[in-house]
Design a protein around this ligand. Structure first.
Ligand code: SAM
Ligand code: SF4
Ligand code: SF4
Length: 340
């Protein structure tokens, strides 16, 4: 059944396009820049199952968002593949009128078992996080001593299943900047786009410091020491990565520069946490308690009106403010909770 889709714009005229859904806050890794094991220890209290949005609730929210112009959905976490029967949720989201793209961000370890089913349920793309190609570095970054092989196997399984694969590598000075070139060498020519991500000040526990950020310019300069690359056109409005093609035609890389070259003016994303809080910015302090609405008798129409109003009053541009050195020193939500 076709239904009307009405576009909504925020305070700065940005249209709502993308919905990021975190389906779980737990993770099998303890990446130092995201869930440092000193803070997220064995006694850490994760959300109980009763507090997670059910698949019915998530689907209902996504349906209302699709009516407001959302076309793309990204599933994230914590580690989203720890959520049971995720393929069933993806199949339901894939049936929503207006949703034309579903992607997943994962650390890749569970993909060998799950990639095929995910593809069959309608998943098109997967971003796999891998911060190093050398075991001794990767074991440190993931905080669990895991070597790269399980992730490499996950990447291969995703490709074999027919999923488009991108690799996300967070670059932090002293942690893995030694891996910028080895990662490029490894993925060049494999039909996989490697994306370098500047270390961001998300959350309150990862000890972020501007001195630990390796900038987009530094990353590109490092690549150019060995490989010829040329800037490439934006694929679509609001693309977060700056793209570069290898001059020899052997694929491309991207850099996500939210710290040194922010892109708030084209930010069309809204984020739903695993327990149903809605955030209009990755660096927000507070979210709107949508679960409360969902677990009351609220009608779809009222729900849609609420969502529209939330986007309509959105005035977030944290990274632009950070770049302008305005006061951005506030309490923030954790990356593992909101999902990046
Ligand atoms: N567990 C999944 C994974 O790692 O792909 C999904 C959730 S994770 C929070 C989503 C993305 O956020 C990952 O690519 C991760 O590397 C990135 N990320 C986490 N903390 C970050 C930080 N402080 N700065 C930049 N990117 C970060
Ligand atoms: Fe887990 Fe992903 Fe955070 Fe690493 S980045 S700790 S894999 S949620
Ligand atoms: Fe979007 Fe907020 Fe990131 Fe700016 S800082 S790009 S508004 S999520």
């Amino acid at each position: 059944m076709n239904q009307e889709i009405s576009q909504v714009s925020d305070h700065f005229g940005r249209q709502l396009r993308d919905l990021r859904i975190s389906v779980i806050d737990k993770c099998n890794f303890r990446c130092t820049y995201c869930m440092p094991k000193e803070i997220f220890g064995d006694d850490h209290m994760f959300l109980p199952e009763s507090e997670l949005l059910s698949f019915d609730e998530i689907t209902r929210v996504a349906e209302q968002f699709a009516k407001l112009g959302v076309e793309k959905i990204r599933i994230t976490g914590g580690e989203p593949l720890l959520r049971k029967n995720l393929d069933k949720l993806i199949a339901r989201l894939n049936n929503i009128h207006g949703i034309r793209d579903i992607a997943l961000t994962t650390n890749g370890v569970f993909l060998p078992r799950k990639a095929q089913k995910l593809k069959e349920s309608g998943l098109q793309r997967v971003n796999i996080s891998l911060d190093a190609i050398e075991d001794n570095v990767f074991k440190e970054t993931n905080g669990r001593g895991v070597v790269t092989l399980p992730v490499i196997k996950g990447i291969e399984a995703a490709q074999k299943a027919g999923l488009k694969v991108k690799i996300n590598m967070v670059v932090k000075k002293g942690m893995n900047d030694s891996q910028i070139l080895p990662m490029a060498r490894y993925f060049k020519g494999k039909d996989i786009i490697l994306r370098y991500i500047e270390f961001m000040d998300v959350g309150n526990h990862n000890g972020w410091d501007m001195n630990n950020v390796i900038s987009k310019k530094q990353i590109i300069d490092r690549i150019k020491e060995e490989m010829a690359i040329v800037p490439a056109e934006e694929n679509y409005y609001g693309e977060v990565a700056t793209r570069y093609k290898y001059a020899d035609g052997d694929g491309e890389i991207g850099v996500i520069s939210s710290v040194t070259d922010s892109f708030c003016s084209s930010c069309t994303r809204i984020r739903l946490s695993a327990d149903g809080k809605l955030y209009t910015c990755l660096f927000a302090s507070d979210g709107y308690d949508l679960r409360k609405d969902l677990r009351s008798e609220i009608s779809d129409q009222v729900l849609a009106n609420n969502l529209k109003a939330i986007w309509g009053r959105r005035a977030d541009r944290y990274s632009d403010d950070r770049a302008a050195l305005k006061n951005t020193n506030r309490k923030k939500i954790e990356m593992s909770y909101i999902g990046g």
